[in-house]
Design a protein around this ligand. Structure first.
Ligand code: COA
Length: 145
């Protein structure tokens, strides 16, 4: 898919992201994506990216550089939300999106990227592993409230 353009996300992409998310999850969640997109654009307008096919959003990847969490002082690029339209998968769009995000993380001084994957999400785990991520020496803990 050479005509797919990877470019920074803007607020005009929120509707397109909602449509991709709806195809993946079966839920149309405009408020959720509005809040997320505005958060990331405000924090770092050039970080999060979308895949644009003739003006239609067919993929998105949201993340940012943060530091000082979990006792980790180094700036870390966090890969946080992503999805590719099921009709546009297995054509390298996910890889191009993460390449753009990681390049941006490097430009912001991060030497490491991190993400969290739910154990049952085999699809996401497969993609993340194919992108060169390996298990980290951190333990995810939770407490039900
Ligand atoms: C995971 C996802 C982003 C992959 O997108 P994609 O555009 O099809 O990925 P690519 O074509 O760029 O694939 C890149 C690599 O990942 C691998 N990969 C992709 N999907 C995979 C899967 N389901 N299982 C294992 N590996 C996978 C490919 O084999 C490829 O490896 P290669 O380049 O070494 O051959 C897409 O399947 C998706 O959006 N899944 C749903 C995500 C989701 O649920 N998001 C909501 C939570 S935030």
């Amino acid at each position: 898919m050479t005509d797919v353009r990877i470019r920074p996300m803007t607020e005009l992409d929120i509707e397109g992201i909602c449509r991709v998310d709806e195809k993946i999850t079966g839920r149309y969640r405009p408020e959720v994506w509005e809040q997320r997109a505005v958060y990331y654009i405000r924090r770092d307008p050039d970080s999060s990216h979308v895949a644009d096919l003739d003006g239609r959003v067919v993929g998105f990847m949201l993340g940012e550089v943060r530091g000082g969490e979990f006792g980790l002082e180094e700036p870390t690029g966090w890969v946080e939300f992503f999805g590719v339209d099921p009709s546009a998968r297995e054509k390298g769009i996910g890889r191009r999106l993460i390449d753009a995000l990681l390049a941006h993380f490097r430009s912001r001084g991060a030497h490491v990227a991190r993400t969290m994957v739910a154990a049952q999400d085999k699809e996401i785990a497969g993609f993340i592993a194919a992108m060169g991520f390996a298990p980290a020496p951190l333990t995810a803990l939770e407490k039900r409230l």
